[in-house]
Design a protein around this ligand. Structure first.
Ligand SMILES: *Cc1c(COP(=O)(O)O)cnc(C)c1O
Length: 243
């Protein structure tokens, strides 16, 4: 256990130095970048160790798994939903997460607003944008985003705070740069056109976070670089979950 913690401390130091270098290159402050530790398929003990090593925010992408895991992680640990959320699971998800990175349709946003009003929750919402048009089946097309932002601004409970994207998988991290740059440019334009602040840019994963930070990421979602290869999730761990 002690060994593991030391390893994670080493890895975190390395990641932080990559972030610092990228910030220096881009003229940014490291204070503007937060690591979201992606702990999907890892158990609560991994979350606790990482929390003790200084990570404060964790990302999960499956509600059933998160609903089992989060209560086991103790207080003070903040979780973000980084994966696609099904609308029939919104109510179960709201009390677990302080932010939702992957809101990818107007319909989902409207349902979240209604549920937030009912439950008295005010999570941060990021719109997932499929910038490259090929990265995944999820995400708004860039030309759909304005309409969703317009509607979001009329809502009272959800707080629209930024944009998220998944870069397509490519052999060289450098090839993701245009995708991250495009998300930042879209964010900048929305801020101007709607006269709003959208401070969060959730982009960059283990293989490409350096480039993402250079292009303006504020939340980098890191799994394997921190926690190693992901174990297979054992479905029996979900049996305790009751919606
Ligand atoms: C799994 C996952 C990550 C982390 O991926 P790594 O390559 O292990 O860093 C980031 N974002 C999302 C949405 C994920 O599902």
């Amino acid at each position: 256990m002690e060994n593991k913690i030391r390893d994670l401390n080493d890895v975190l130091a390395e990641v932080n130095s990559v972030v610092a270098e990228a910030c220096l290159k881009a003229g940014r402050s490291t204070d503007d970048i937060e690591i979201v530790g992606v702990t999907k398929t890892h158990g609560p003990e991994v979350v606790r160790e990482a929390y003790e090593a200084g990570l404060q925010i964790f990302g999960e992408n499956r509600l059933q798994e998160a609903a089992w895991k989060i209560p086991e992680c103790g207080s003070g640990v903040e979780f973000h939903m980084i994966g696609h959320l099904q609308s029939n699971k919104i109510k179960a998800a709201l009390p677990l997460f302080s932010a939702f990175h992957a809101v990818d349709s107007l319909k989902l946003l409207e349902k979240m607003e209604a549920a937030c009003a009912e439950e008295g929750q005010r999570p941060e919402i990021l719109l997932e944008v499929n910038v490259s048009g090929e990265s995944s089946k999820y995400g708004l097309k860039p030309d759909e985003v304005d309409r969703v932002v317009e509607r979001a601004l009329e809502m009272h409970c959800i707080t629209l705070s930024g944009l998220m994207t998944m870069a397509p998988f490519v052999p060289e991290a450098e090839q993701t740069r245009p995708v991250f740059a495009a998300l930042r440019e879209l964010r900048d334009r929305l801020q101007e056109d709607f006269e709003i602040g959208l401070p969060r840019l959730s982009m960059g994963m283990s293989n490409d976070y350096r480039v993402a930070v250079e292009e303006g990421a504020t939340w980098i979602r890191l799994g394997s670089v921190l926690f190693g290869e992901r174990p297979k999730w054992k479905p029996q761990q979900e049996y305790r979950w009751e919606p």
